[in-house]
Write a protein that binds this ligand. Structure first.
Ligand code: FEO
Length: 402
């Protein structure tokens, strides 16, 4: 079980790493079998310190204070800044504020409203461009709403170019110890970051894109990105920023994602047949079972696919519920925009699933490759031939849309 620990990342700039291997679902929604990290930071200048964020209550206040005491006497903390209010970072803020009455709790005006009601505290509102000082050092407030809460902001440590980015640039995965981007297997890390983006952040992707542009416009000399989850970036800032921008734009690869549900294995067999056909035309075909416990990789594959194919049985004259759930996530998370979608439906004798699924795909703002195919029981050899033709035309149309 990874333990809380800290690491110096700059001149009197410390990363308090709070790994969480207990929580099973992030936001009680997204499975996180590898856990997640909460990152808090402490910036100082001899006599005065500024604390950024706290942790989810997976650690208690004594453990958190012990971590601070390993660096500095907590009474030296002059400012506590919450970059947004979500309780994975603000869980301990009420207790800390009461234990450190001389420290000023600050955040955006929007976050102040939330915190007053959630934690019975009296924070001070800061606004875009404000400077918070600790001794001779200053941290600039960069107001960046909707990453992914409406109340979010960044802080920029001017003398060392460290940008504290809250949930932006984050990733799933609890860390054994605080590590930089060049100290991890970065391709594996990117997978965790993509899963995090595709589930937690993606609905606000245009805001994230706007905020990346704002950082560029401000002309900040960023040498380090310090997010609220995941690793701290010092060598791969540009690479990761460009990758995240491509996710924000839902940039399509030559890839199709097939999502199926199957009660007794027949629809799964059909889904595997579709994969074999699609592979004739498309370099990468991802196959996902809608009933799988972990939905994150399914959304992550949909994120950069040119096309999505749903293969579903009929259930009580309706869409098979796990498929219906994924379609709902697609709508809520706005993951379908600009994607070409197709569907193949199996049924025993009745139901109107083709119309239902077409309507759900439209709600998810997908373009539909028509018609929705429908088969009684399992397709005959001749019908499999027709499906083959349909899939080849679907893959061609999807790739044309790149
Ligand atoms: Fe990591 Fe929006 O909290």
């Amino acid at each position: 079980m990874p333990k809380p620990s800290c690491r110096k990342i700059g001149t009197e700039a410390y990363w308090l790493s709070l790994p969480d291997a207990e929580t099973e679902r992030f936001e009680n929604l997204w499975p996180i079998p590898d856990g997640v990290n909460y990152n808090s930071y402490l910036i100082g200048s001899g006599r005065e310190y500024l604390l950024i964020d706290s942790s989810k209550k997976t650690v208690n206040i004594e453990e958190f204070l012990d971590l601070i005491k390993s660096i500095v006497e907590p009474s030296k903390i002059k400012h506590i800044v919450m970059l947004h209010t979500e309780p994975d970072h603000s869980g301990l803020i009420g207790e800390i504020s009461r234990l450190l009455p001389n420290a000023t709790l600050c955040s955006t005006a929007r976050a102040c409203t939330c915190m007053k009601r959630m934690f019975n505290v009296e924070p001070r509102a800061v606004k875009d461009g404000d400077l918070l000082t600790v001794g001779s050092r200053s941290l600039r407030v960069v107001d960046l709403p909707w990453i992914h809460w409406p109340d979010s902001m960044f802080l920029y440590l001017e003398d060392e170019g460290i940008l504290f980015t809250s949930d932006a640039f984050g990733a799933f995965g609890a860390l054994e110890k605080p590590v930089f981007d060049d100290e991890v297997d970065f391709p594996s890390y990117l997978k965790q970051a993509k899963d995090y983006f595709s589930t937690v952040v993606v609905a606000h992707r245009l805001m994230v894109l706007r905020d990346i542009d704002k950082i560029k416009t401000l002309g900040l000399n960023v040498k380090m990105l310090a997010p609220a989850h995941g690793v701290v970036y010092r060598r791969k800032i540009q690479e990761f920023t460009e990758t995240m921008a491509s996710w924000c734009k839902l940039e399509k690869k030559r890839k199709i994602t097939v999502v199926y549900g199957s009660m007794y294995g027949l629809t799964e067999r059909l889904a595997r047949f579709t994969v074999e056909v699609l592979k004739e035309k498309v370099e990468k075909v991802a196959l996902h079972d809608a009933t799988a416990d972990v939905v994150n990789p399914t959304l992550s594959d949909i994120l950069d696919s040119a096309g999505i194919l749903f293969v579903t049985p009929t259930y009580e004259a309706n869409i098979f519920p796990p498929i219906a759930h994924l379609l709902e996530l697609l709508r809520i998370k706005r993951l379908g925009e600009g994607k070409l979608a197709a569907a193949i439906v199996t049924k025993l004798w009745g139901g109107n699933v083709p119309t239902l699924i077409a309507s759900r795909l439209k709600e998810a703002t997908c373009k539909i490759h028509e018609p929705v195919c429908e088969f009684l029981n399992y397709p005959s050899e001749q019908e499999l031939g027709n499906i083959r033709e349909f899939l080849l035309s679907f893959s061609e149309a999807a790739l044309q849309g790149i």
